[in-house]
Ligand binder design. Structure first.
Ligand SMILES: [Fe+2]
Length: 190
């Protein structure tokens, strides 16, 4: 692993030993993600840049001890998007190349504070466009619900995604049915 990635991992692990509050974790690590994203072009390996014509690709860079941490590259062709989802943990996104869009959704049903998987009403919230070096963060409880991707008219995009667990599943939301379902989300080990 590149020394800069090792250093980033070490900073993450140090912060996690010093606080467990998601809002403090993302505040402390966001500047480090900004630095990593700006330097990533010379740090990342070919395996981190593998894409998939059938959908956005996830490449695992590292995961932390006890499943408390994971860093991925996500490789986006124009027009590739996630489904509407949440993560059940904190996260930090940093863009390396291209422009990544994040469309947020707000739960507007009366039972948003209950852990139910139906009767869900979502209303579109704000949109964020992240250029190279741009960083966004989110925290759980309530979960940050969003869809992420790259507009058809833009260039291919590469981004870094740090999470507070090994992210191999998440809730996927169906706005029409008003439901959500826990689904596996694939990744490749590098
Ligand atoms: Fe996400």
């Amino acid at each position: 692993m590149h020394p800069s990635l090792k250093a980033f991992r070490s900073v993450c692990e140090t912060v996690l030993t010093e606080t467990s509050a998601p809002s403090r974790i993302v505040r402390r690590l966001a500047p480090h993600m900004h630095s990593l994203a700006k330097a990533a072009e010379r740090i990342l390996e070919p395996a981190h840049r593998r894409g998939d014509p059938d959908g956005y690709a996830r490449n695992l860079i590292f995961s932390g001890d006890n499943g408390t941490l994971s860093l991925f590259t996500l490789v986006w062709a124009p027009g590739q998007w996630t489904p509407i989802h949440d993560h059940g943990t904190w996260g930090i996104v940093g863009v390396v190349e291209g422009v990544l869009e994040e469309q947020s959704f707000l739960r507007v049903d009366a039972q948003a504070d209950l852990d139910r998987h139906d009767g869900i009403e979502l209303s579109p919230g704000g949109l964020v466009l992240l250029p190279p070096g741009g960083v966004s963060t989110f925290v759980p409880d309530p979960d940050h619900i969003h869809e992420t991707g790259v507009a058809r008219e833009r260039e291919p995009t590469l981004s870094l995604h740090l999470y507070g667990r090994v992210l191999n599943d998440f809730h996927v939301y169906d706005r029409i049915a008003g439901t959500r379902e826990r689904m596996r989300v694939a990744y490749r080990d590098t």
